[in-house]
Each structure stands twice: as structure tokens, then as C-alpha cells.
Write a protein that binds this ligand. Structure first.
Ligand SMILES: Nc1ncnc2c1ncn2[C@@H]1O[C@H](COP(=O)(O)OP(=O)(O)OP(=O)(O)O)[C@@H](O)[C@H]1O
Length: 324
């Protein structure tokens, strides 16, 4: 049975439908990512799943429970880290964690948790004195303190420096083996690629792609990119004419070439034939970042194509002095 099952979820604010038929299910122990542009409906979706917002349509099941009928068993099963967490300014890290521990029947050891999250030295620091990154780490700790079956982490590492980000990723990788199911909202493709078993891309309130990060990246019709420093002068016009090459450019002594899957070997062989070696070679395959850009660009084009063509007579009539 799925740990999270969302069917045809809808959420409306006034005249605006911000979640428009979202469906997906997450298996026990899976790390599932939700990606999407700003305002796509990601937070609204996970807040409905977490029982923090009332849905307007569809069904949700989390560990077999409906968040709309939320009770103690539901709160025990779920940990939520939200984009902005606010605690009393004077409450210390230790006090907050002890208080949150008391809400659960099987809490984690908070001392071990803050050590893992690099917050050990701040145990006696008041919330108001923590840096943005430290507040973020504390909010992750508060989401995990109850040993939840499901944790929802919304923009988990936003505001963290690269080292802290990697520490948090390490903690989640450790958690993965323990069977907890993680629902992760992220803007970082590297984070999703590294942590998530599968991701859903949400755009304008709809799921526009759902797959493993590797399969989403493999599905992108993007050029392969290579760059290198040639050992001698090269004829960029001749390079541009190779059948596998789409574009050649250069920055300083480094030459960038894009083209088909075969572009790297085609360029290396062609240059070798002219006695030029390729140094400091970099070849980039399309990644989740490319997939995200392609998927959301396609979704935008589909949405534009679906716009009704304005009725010319009405449009003209609406103009000052328009024909009636
Ligand atoms: N309480 C609210 N009342 C009215 N509109 C809202 C409310 N909360 C969110 N919205 C709107 O719903 C849409 C989706 O917002 P949501 O926060 O779910 O997007 P998101 O994908 O999480 O965005 P971001 O990546 O910027 O955090 C946005 O247009 C937002 O302005």
C-alpha cells in the first residue's frame, strides 16, 4: 500500500484554481521530490497533504489516514518542516526540541539529532539569535524529532551554505535506510537528483512530469555539451561543419561545442587528424536541470496554445472607439 496517495487534488483561492487535479502516490521508504516554478502550487499541495490546508476536491491518504480528519495518530505519523518556521524569540534550541519531543510517544534523541544537523553548539542559543541557516537546520530537526513515518520537507536547504546543505543531505541519506518516507519540495535540481527516488514536476497546479531523475534527464532532447582547451590553433569554421556539431563558441582559450550524442568523439577525432590534442576535456550529459527547463517550457507552450482565441468582435468593441 502506498504511504502517500493523492488523487485528483484541487485547491481554489477565490476565482483561481492553484492545484488542479494533482495525483501521485509515494511508496513506503521512498524519497519523493516535488519540483516546479515559483507559484506552481507545490506548497499548497504539500500543505493539503500535511492537513494544514483544507482541500476543495480529490482525496488524500497518508499512512492510511485522511489529513482532513486529522487526529493524534495522524500528527504522530507526520513531521512537517515548512518554508518559514517561527518560534518564540527567547526559546532556546534545546527548549524547542524538548517541547516538541513531548508531543510524541517515540521521539528521537534530540541531542544526537542536533549534532547530526551541525547545531550541537547552539543548544543553548535563543531562536532569535540563530542565523537564517541555523533556523533552517532547527526546522529540519523539529520535523524529524517525532520519528515520523512520513516527513514533509519544504525547501529543506534554502538558505544553507554548501557545506551545511551537504550535511543535511547526509542526514536524509541515513534516514532513507530507516524506512521513513520523505516528501521533499525543492528548487535545487542537484538536491533532487542526489536524494530523490522519483520526482513530480508541478506547473500551474498540474503534474506535468513524473519519473526518476535519471529517466527525466534521459528523456530530454538536449544537445550534448563539451568543452576543452586545444593544444594548438583550431579552425572553428571547419569544426562547425562537422555533421555532429551544432554550435562552436569560445571563452578565453576554452572552446565549447554542442551537438549530438556523438559530438565529443567526432570533435576529438577531427582535431587529432590535424595534430591538435584536446586538454582539460569536460563532457556534460543532459541532467535534471535541463529536464526541468525543457518540461516547464513545454508546459508553458501547451498552456499558451490552450488559451482561447479572443473573439475579435468583442475585443474590438472593448477598445475605445471600437466597432460595435
Ligand atoms: N492563502 C492564499 N490565498 C490566496 N492565494 C494563495 C494563498 N496561498 C498561495 N496562494 C497562491 O497560490 C499559488 C500557488 O502558491 P504555492 O505557494 O503553493 O506555490 P509554490 O509552487 O509553492 O511556489 P514557490 O516555489 O514560490 O514557493 C500562487 O499563485 C500563490 O500566490
Amino acid at each position: 500500500m502506498a504511504m502517500i496517495d493523492v488523487r485528483d487534488l484541487r485547491k481554489v483561492y477565490g476565482p483561481k484554481t492553484v492545484v488542479d487535479g494533482v495525483s501521485f502516490s509515494v511508496q513506503p521508504g521512498e524519497i519523493f521530490g516535488i519540483l516546479g516554478p515559483n507559484g506552481a502550487g507545490k506548497t499548497t499541495t504539500v500543505e493539503c497533504i500535511g492537513g494544514l490546508r483544507r482541500r476543495d476536491g480529490g482525496s488524500i491518504s497518508v499512512a492510511g489516514m485522511d489529513p482532513a480528519g486529522e487526529g493524534k495518530a495522524f500528527r504522530e505519523a507526520l513531521g512537517i518542516q515548512l518554508q518559514e518556521s517561527r518560534l518564540p524569540e527567547k526559546q532556546t534550541v534545546a527548549e524547542a526540541l524538548q517541547l516538541y519531543s513531548s508531543f510524541y510517544s517515540r521521539p528521537r534523541d534530540w541531542r544526537e539529532l542536533i549534532e547530526r544537523l551541525g547545531l550541537g553548539a547552539q543548544a543553548r542559543t535563543a531562536f532569535g539569535k540563530l542565523s537564517g541557516g541555523q533556523k533552517q537546520r532547527l526546522s529540519v530537526a523539529l520535523a524529524l524529532i517525532g520519528n515520523p513515518k512520513v516527513a514533509i520537507l519544504d525547501e529543506l536547504t534554502t538558505g544553507l551554505d554548501p557545506t551545511a546543505r551537504r550535511e543535511v543531505w547526509g542526514l536524509l541519506e541515513d534516514l532513507k535506510g530507516t524506512g521513513v518516507t520523505l516528501l521533499l519540495v525543492s528548487h535545487f535540481m542537484e538536491e533532487a537528483e542526489r536524494l530523490c527516488d522519483r520526482v513530480a514536476v508541478i506547473d500551474r497546479g498540474r503534474v506535468v512530469a513524473l519519473d526518476t531523475p535519471a529517466d527525466l534527464a534521459a528523456g530530454v532532447q538536449a544537445d550534448q555539451r563539451m568543452s576543452f582547451i586545444p593544444s594548438g590553433r583550431i579552425d572553428t569554421v571547419a569544426l562547425q561543419q562537422l555533421p555532429d556539431v551544432h554550435q562552436v563558441s569560445s571563452t578565453g582559450e576554452r572552446v565549447q561545442v554542442t551537438g549530438t550524442d556523438n559530438v565529443a568523439s567526432a570533435v576529438i577525432i577531427a582535431l587529432h587528424e590535424h595534430g591538435v590534442a584536446v586538454r582539460k576535456l569536460r563532457v556534460d550529459q543532459p541532467n535534471l536541470d535541463d529536464a526541468f527547463v525543457a518540461i516547464t517550457r513545454n508546459a508553458e507552450a501547451d498552456a499558451a496554445a490552450a488559451q482561447p482565441i479572443p473573439d475579435q468582435s468583442t475585443a474590438a468593441a472593448a477598445l475605445p472607439g471600437g466597432h460595435r
